[in-house]
Design a protein around this ligand. Structure first.
Ligand SMILES: Nc1ncnc2c1ncn2[C@@H]1O[C@H](COP(=O)(O)OP(=O)(O)O)[C@@H](O)[C@H]1O
Ligand code: SF4
Ligand SMILES: [Mg+2]
Length: 340
């Protein structure tokens, strides 16, 4: 692993439910059950944020659980390294969607935030621990006066700030944020996202940022992975992904996104229904909704192909913007054409 790669995910798949039967294994057939994640690969370098975006059920949280070690991959490898210059085992912290269940209601804020400090032996004296808790509270926009309070005394946005302080208290090499603002009111979301952006820059955090909101991931991530039915269908630096999406699904998501406001609009059921992840379509998984579907797409699963910016996409064809670019009122299929 190159020195500043903190996380490397290589050809990882996760099947929930039934274990692989011996007979299937001998026949070389995959395990039955829900294939939540399929052959996903990406890596994250020190100080960068990788964003994962996709509709509900596409496997985002499963990737979070795999990376954090809460579940084991059915296939593939996950390697986590510590921050360059550090020799201790890499530390990982998670921030979840729901700040209401992430905190122990019977613990004071001080106890919740102090716990990771104590567990990892980052401060030892009582005074030093308290000083660190105060520093963290201030860092997330709360005050030392909040130390003795309980989670119930705070709003959703404030509780998520507390969860962020608690995650940072463990001085993680790597942070996983799984829909950290999805449960919050729109106005509060923007504030929490601003805080996270500040902290990213100030602390040079390395993170995996998961969301179903393309506008959010655009603000937060250096690189973006687009997921569809358990697969990573495109992955690229954020700027060039938006400039030149290569996968039809990415292109549709960008066209359907509500601009740069973070208003929480789910990725629309843009083209009919999302197929069930337990029985994904044969060939290209997107073929039932793709405006450019060709006969080959129904039978052959596309391999990952390189993008010029070092990213990748999974489509048999190249997406090209038609003459004159995007014309008002025209349908996407008229604006774009495919070339083999
Ligand atoms: N523990 C589980 N057992 C069985 N199926 C699961 C489990 N967790 C998730 N799934 C299924 O795996 C798929 C991906 O889920 P998930 O990773 O939660 O997606 P997302 O976070 O993108 O909404 C879904 O079809 C979901 O129903
Ligand atoms: S492989 Fe075919 S169905 Fe799949 S995204 Fe490309 S054009 Fe669409
Ligand atoms: Mg999820």
């Amino acid at each position: 692993m190159s020195t500043d790669v903190i996380l490397k995910v290589a050809h990882v798949s996760k099947v929930y439910g039934q274990q692989q039967r011996l007979i299937d294994k001998l026949k070389g057939q995959p395990a039955q059950g829900v294939r939540a994640v399929s052959d996903v690969s990406f890596s994250i370098v020190h100080g960068q944020t990788m964003g994962l975006v996709g509709e509900s059920g596409c496997g985002k949280s499963t990737i979070a659980r795999l990376v954090s070690g809460l579940v084991q991959p059915t296939e593939g490898q996950i390697e986590l390294a510590s921050t360059p210059g550090k020799t201790v085992r890499p530390r990982l912290q998670m921030i979840f969607q729901d700040p209401f269940t992430s905190l122990n209601g019977r613990w004071t804020i001080e106890r919740s935030i102090a716990e990771p400090i104590i567990v990892h032996g980052l401060r030892t004296s009582k005074a030093a621990i308290r000083a660190r808790v105060d520093e963290l509270l201030e860092m997330v926009g709360l005050s030392s006066g909040d130390r003795e309070k309980y989670p119930q005394e705070f709003s959703g946005g404030q509780r998520q700030r507390i969860c962020i302080a608690r995650a940072l208290a463990g001085e993680p090499d790597f942070l996983i944020l799984d829909e950290p603002t999805s449960a919050l009111d729109v106005s509060v979301q923007a504030q929490v996202l601003n805080l996270l952006r500040d902290l990213q820059a100030r602390l040079n955090l390395t993170s995996l940022f998961i969301t179903h909101n393309l506008s959010v991931v655009r603000i937060m991530a250096d690189r973006i992975g687009v997921m569809y039915l358990g697969e990573l269908v495109e992955e690229a630096p954020a700027a060039t992904l938006f400039e030149k999406p290569q996968h039809p699904y990415t292109r549709l998501l960008i066209d359907a996104a509500p601009g740069m406001d973070v208003e929480d609009r789910a990725l629309h059921p843009i083209l009919g229904e999302l197929p069930s992840p337990s029985s994904p379509p044969q060939g290209c998984r997107f073929h039932t909704r793709c405006p450019f579907v060709q006969p080959k797409c129904r039978t052959d699963a596309p391999e990952a192909r390189p993008r010029p910016d070092g990213g990748m996409f999974r489509c048999h064809f190249n997406l090209e913007l038609g003459q004159g670019g995007k014309a008002a009122g025209s349908s996407l299929a008229n604006e774009l054409s495919l070339s083999a």
